[in-house]
Design a protein around this ligand. Sequence first.
Ligand SMILES: O=C(O)CCC(=O)C(=O)O
Ligand SMILES: [Fe+2]
Length: 219
Amino acid sequence: MLAITPPPSSPDDLLFARIANDLNHQGYTVIPNALPDTLASSLFDQVRDLDSSAYSEAGIGRQNDLTLNQFVRRDEICWIEGKSPAEHHWLQWTAGLQQYLNQHLFLGLFSFESHFARYQPGDFYRKHLDAFRGEANRRLSVVTYLNPGWLPEDGGELVIYDIDSDEEVVRVTPAYGTLVVFLSEEFPHEVLTAKRHRHSIAGWFRVNGSCNERVDPPR
Ligand SMILES: O=C(O)CCC(=O)C(=O)O
Ligand SMILES: [Fe+2]
């Protein structure tokens, strides 16, 4: 019998299909040069021009102990609110991805939050999970990088581990335009010490955690 597949309806659909397929089969995807050129360059321009005062020290969950925090992660972050054309474009693009994944994988993704992150030389983020089974409502983690000309000696790789065996699953160079998506509850991961300034965006798709008429805040 003839299989009838509808034509892709957006230029991003081929990429989104690859992401969906990888998530379905292995729970994560790593795609070099994935970000559309105009999106990557506008985000890069914004990050390059972003003043240091725009960033604040990153936290770890509800943990507010500064000393412990700095032992776990050293990066600084700036939440993306959609205020600039680049941020708006990013949020439109991730909304397209959300819609595609909901249609094809029935994930029920409900909202998205994301921030720019800046690692200075010497900064790292120790092994962690972005969400804990049954507790959090972060379902999918999305990371992309804005570092032209990143070299092996610059370090700062993202290392993703198997949650059961603790073996390394994949090691990602934070190269310009690379996109990583993984199931937040399934993959412990860490950022190795960066030897030069490292720019990224980290984001999370959530399911709706509302209950008892209390609306779940997106962050
Ligand atoms: O920048 C990366 O490669 C990952 C960052 C990360 O794990 C996080 O922000 O939760
Ligand atoms: Fe993480």
